[in-house]
Design a protein around this ligand. Structure first.
Ligand SMILES: Cc1cc2nc3c(=O)[nH]c(=O)nc-3n(C[C@H](O)[C@H](O)[C@H](O)COP(=O)(O)OP(=O)(O)OC[C@H]3O[C@@H](n4cnc5c(N)ncnc54)[C@H](O)[C@@H]3O)c2cc1C
Length: 168
């Protein structure tokens, strides 16, 4: 029995220690040049915002004077991930809200913001049959939405269980 253990130990040692060493010479050695990080070698610098609210984005419907306002903002670092779900969620709130009034397919609806949240909100409303849509924005170019990492991961959503369940 002891002999068997010794033999097994030798075989294992040979496979993991001696055998790789025999081929060590054949390994390719690559030299890596460190990147030059001084200003002259930097590309364009871009400033973006990741406005985030504690708990969840602001997703609700409210009446102010004679206007009905649906809020859909504050997605922090997960706007691309959450945009389709947020749009569906807030548009359903709007369509089913008591203050929606006489909401018809041709009722004018204005969407403020031309980033991923505004565009998904408009797209979702359109797929729900609302056709009189106008998107207004301070800018349509070089937005945070255009400079995001593009990962689909709800990393900044950790609190509101009701909304989290809806998304996932
Ligand atoms: C560096 C970085 C990496 C990211 N990576 C990821 C990622 O990997 N995955 C992910 O899911 N999310 C990521 N995000 C987050 C994601 O990009 C944002 O949550 C998302 O783009 C927000 O979209 P938005 O439409 O709300 O905002 P924006 O893209 O900022 O658009 C806002 C729109 O509103 C308009 N607007 C603002 N104020 C006014 C006003 N007063 N009047 C009229 N118009 C106005 C603007 O002109 C613009 O059209 C990242 C963000 C950053 C900064």
């Amino acid at each position: 029995m002891l002999e068997k253990i010794k033999l097994t130990y030798l075989a294992v040692s040979f496979s993991f220690v001696v055998f790789p060493l025999l081929f060590a010479e054949a390994r390719e050695i690559r030299k890596i040049t460190p990147p030059k990080l001084d200003v002259a070698h930097l590309g364009p610098r871009i400033l973006c915002h990741r406005p985030m609210r504690h708990g969840s984005p602001k997703l609700n419907v409210e009446q102010r004077y004679d206007k009905v306002i649906a809020n859909n903002y504050g997605h922090g670092g997960s706007g691309w991930t959450l945009a389709p779900g947020s749009a569906d969620y807030v548009n359903n709130l709007l369509i089913n809200s008591k203050c929606r009034g006489d909401l018809k397919s041709n009722t004018p609806i204005t969407i403020i913001g031309g980033g991923v949240i505004g565009l998904f909100t408009a797209y979702d409303l359109f797929t729900k049959g609302y056709t009189n849509l106008t998107i207004v924005a301070e800018s349509f170019d070089a937005l945070t939405s255009h400079n995001s990492g593009g990962l689909v991961a709800p990393v900044s959503m950790d609190n509101d269980s009701e909304i989290k369940e809806y998304y996932l």
